[in-house]
Design a protein. Structure first.
Lengths: 110, 115
């Protein structure tokens, strides 16, 4: 099967940062996407990375290491409203299929 | 205005019955998808369509049948419903299926409960 792994939970403090990790082992790879999902709502696209290194997009930054099968989403200057689940998804070469991790539930405390 | 519409938002069905989940997208996209999200499980890919043609199917059961009457419609018919089918079903769309930048955007989902 396709393995995309994320820790279940992560807690951090308002005004600081949080790093959401994702490791993957898949039969193919055509990039990795990050989504935010709030309880009872649809996943919302945040970022897509296909090249190694850090992609800085302000509040959300993403890092990818293809050789290690590893990515992370970095949220800086955390706000309470950043509390949500963050999903990583490996995009497969065949027909744009996404394989999702189970998501990391981020709780931002005051 | 919502760009991807899914109907109904909530659906309760009895075991053995048949239901159709509706999805329409107004993003001008050529590719559409169905995913399923069960409690405590990852979002699971089911079907991929491009220009109304099935491109990939990773649903083991033939009880799940996508139907595309128009390019911007991809409905999901589920027959002989079982309690294990209870989940939220998300429709998604992207410009294409073959490009490296083809982001998938998700609809609000239909939450199905089978009793």
């Amino acid at each position: 099967g396709q393995g995309v792994e994320q820790p279940d939970n992560l807690m951090s403090v308002e005004g600081t940062f949080a790093r959401v990790n994702c490791t993957y082992s898949t039969s193919g790879f055509n990039g990795l996407s990050w989504y935010q999902q709030r309880e009872g709502h649809a996943p919302v696209f945040l970022s897509y990375v296909v090249l190694d290194g850090l992609k800085d997009s302000g509040h959300f930054s993403t890092f990818l290491s293809r050789s290690n099968g590893y990515s992370y989403l970095l949220l800086t200057e955390l706000q309470i409203k950043d509390s949500a689940s963050y999903l990583c998804a490996v995009r497969m070469p065949n027909y744009n299929v996404l394989y999702f991790g189970s998501g990391t539930k981020l709780t931002v405390e005051p | 205005d919502p760009k991807i519409i899914q109907k109904p938002k909530y659906l309760v069905a009895v075991t053995g019955s048949e239901k159709i989940l509706i999805c329409e997208q107004y993003l001008g996209h050529n590719a559409m998808y169905w995913y399923r999200q069960s409690a405590k499980k990852p979002l699971e890919f089911m079907f991929s369509y491009s220009y109304q043609k099935l491109m990939d199917n990773q649903t083991a059961s033939s009880r799940f049948q996508p139907q595309s009457s128009k390019k911007n419609h991809l409905d999901l018919q589920i027959t002989a419903l079982k309690p294990d089918d209870s989940a939220t079903y998300f429709c998604a769309s992207s410009q294409r299926t073959g490009g490296s930048q083809d982001t998938q955007y998700f609809g609000p989902g239909t939450r199905l409960l089978v009793l």
